[in-house]
Every structure is written in structure tokens, then in C-alpha cells.
Write a protein that binds this ligand. Sequence first.
Ligand SMILES: NC(=O)c1ccc[n+]([C@@H]2O[C@H](COP(=O)([O-])OP(=O)(O)OC[C@H]3O[C@@H](n4cnc5c(N)ncnc54)[C@H](OP(=O)(O)O)[C@@H]3O)[C@@H](O)[C@H]2O)c1
Length: 300
Amino acid sequence: MPNTPAHSPVSVLGLGLMGTALASALIKAGHPTTVWNRTESKTGPLVAQGATPAATARDAVTAGGPGGPGGPVIVCLTTNDNVRALLEPEAEALAGRTVVNLTNGTPGQARELADWAAAHGITYIDGGIMAVPQMIATPGAYILYSGTDEAAFATHRETLSALADTKWVGTDPGLAALYDLSLLTGMYGMAMGVAQAFALTGSEGLDPRDFAPLLTDWVIAMVHGNVSGMAEGLATGQHVTDVSNLAMNREAFPNFTAAFAEQGLRTDLFDPFQDLLDRAVEQGHGADGFSRLATLLKQG
Ligand SMILES: NC(=O)c1ccc[n+]([C@@H]2O[C@H](COP(=O)([O-])OP(=O)(O)OC[C@H]3O[C@@H](n4cnc5c(N)ncnc54)[C@H](OP(=O)(O)O)[C@@H]3O)[C@@H](O)[C@H]2O)c1
């Protein structure tokens, strides 16, 4: 296989559920792929697909000879503490290489890793995977990337596009993690609401499968109506609404926590939202819509 950018060699460190899916996609796209995992047995299925196993992380990083193969070193471990512990002893071997870290973490952790990498002559790109392993290399999956060296990202973009669509979000290395966690924050908020809704219908023994279509349609309609409207309010500073204001929501909200309690359910997922509505109205924002709430979440 020619060593063109389209088929540049790649090393993948970390072969959990996600790392295995990433390595498999690279192999299928024709990249000579070296794989390493702490628990060696996980390399087996990938070797069967054509990967080259590395006995140590150092071997994976230096695969292809001194200076490595020129392709990116992709890392996907459980946490960024694991990443730091794994890469620190390999700093010298990684000098001049590009590390693409697809481990989930905070913006601050990404910036710290980027600083550490820069101090050792390593190019660092942070990534946030917006997909589950089964979605890798399928339409709809994408990975957010950020790092100080946009040109390095451009060099490796074609290789990385074997994993999922690529979305470059900026030269602050923390931005990919910021976008990633912000998107997942929206997801967790939805998961909390959906869990409470099923608990409420379940408290009367309703079949969740009967309720699911109603809930799905409602959540989708509310997302469509609210997300762009909130964005507009935040961008323009015009929070006043003629749709559903905070004063009304504040008065209605006790019905929710009261109903949960009446039905024998916990209220503690939703109690903080009542506090937020109270604070918004007490600070004079009763005529505003939900966009105002995003301005009231700073500490202090
Ligand atoms: N799975 C998803 O749906 C998904 C989606 C988006 C993002 N992510 C992110 O992708 C990353 C990996 O997730 P995953 O689902 O692949 O997790 P996983 O299946 O639990 O795999 C974790 C990987 O990290 C390795 N590891 C853990 N501690 C290590 C250490 N101290 N030194 C070296 N290797 C270590 C494990 O090695 P061993 O095999 O030796 O234990 C394994 O390869 C996480 O940051 C996760 O948040 C996952």
C-alpha cells in the first residue's frame, strides 16, 4: 500500500470499546495500523483484521522506525490521567509526532496536556467523539477537534476522516472538550427529564412503551422550539418573551414536585430548577423566557 496521506500509517493506543472501533475503521480504510493495549489480549481481533500488534506503548509510538511513521498517534483511554501517565515516559519518542487524544476529559485537562506536549516538541490535538463505538465510520458520527496547530490537523484530516466526520472547532486546545461536554450536558438534561417522566407515568403502572411515542414527539418539538430561541435571546440580550415567561413557570413548577411527591417519587432531580426559577423572578426577570436562565448559572 503506498504511503500516501490517504493511507498514512497510524498507531492506536487504547483498545477498549471505542479504541477498538477506531482502529478497526482505520484498518478498513487501508491505513497500516499499529495497535497497543494495556491488556494485550484485546489486540487479537484487530490483528485478525490486519493490524500490527505492539508489545509496548513505546513500540507503538515508534512503529515505522526512528521518528515513527509520520501518521498520528491516536490515544483513547478511560481518563486523561491515564493518558498523562502513559505518555509521559514516552515524551522523547513522541517528539516531532502528532498525538490525537480522543479520551473524554475537561477543557482544563486538554489545555494541560497541550502545554505538556508543547514543552516536549509534540503536536497535540484534542478530540471529542460524538458517537458510540457502533457509529464509528457511519454517517451521522462526528469528532470535534481543537489544538494550537491547525496546520497539523489539516495534514491528518484525511486520515481522521476514516473514523467519522471531522469538525475543527478552534486553536484553543480546550474547545473540543468544551463543545463535547456542552452537547452531552444537553443530553444528560434530557435523560433526567425523560427518566422522571417515565417514573411519573410508571407510578400509575402505565406501559412505558405506550407513553414513549408521545414523549418522543413532545421532547423533539420542545427542543426545536427552545434551543434556537434561547440562542437568539442569549446572542441579542433580548430575553423578554410573549410565549412562556419565568414568572408563570415559577408558579406552575411546584405542581411538578408536588405531583412527584404525591405519586411517591423523589423530587431531588427537579428541586434545583425551582430554586433557579425563584432566583430569576426575585432578581426581576419574571417577564423573560428560558434564555435568561443560562445567564444565572455562574458561580459566585
Ligand atoms: N464508548 C462510548 O460510547 C464512548 C463515546 C464517546 C467517547 N468515549 C470516550 O472514549 C474513551 C474510551 O472509552 P471506551 O468506551 O473505549 O472505554 P473502555 O472500553 O472502558 O476502555 C478503556 C480503555 O482504557 C484503557 N486504560 C484504562 N486505564 C489505563 C491505564 N492506566 N493505562 C493504560 N490503559 C488504560 C483500557 O485498557 P485495558 O483494556 O487494559 O483495561 C482500555 O483500553 C473514554 O474517555 C470515553 O469517555 C466513549
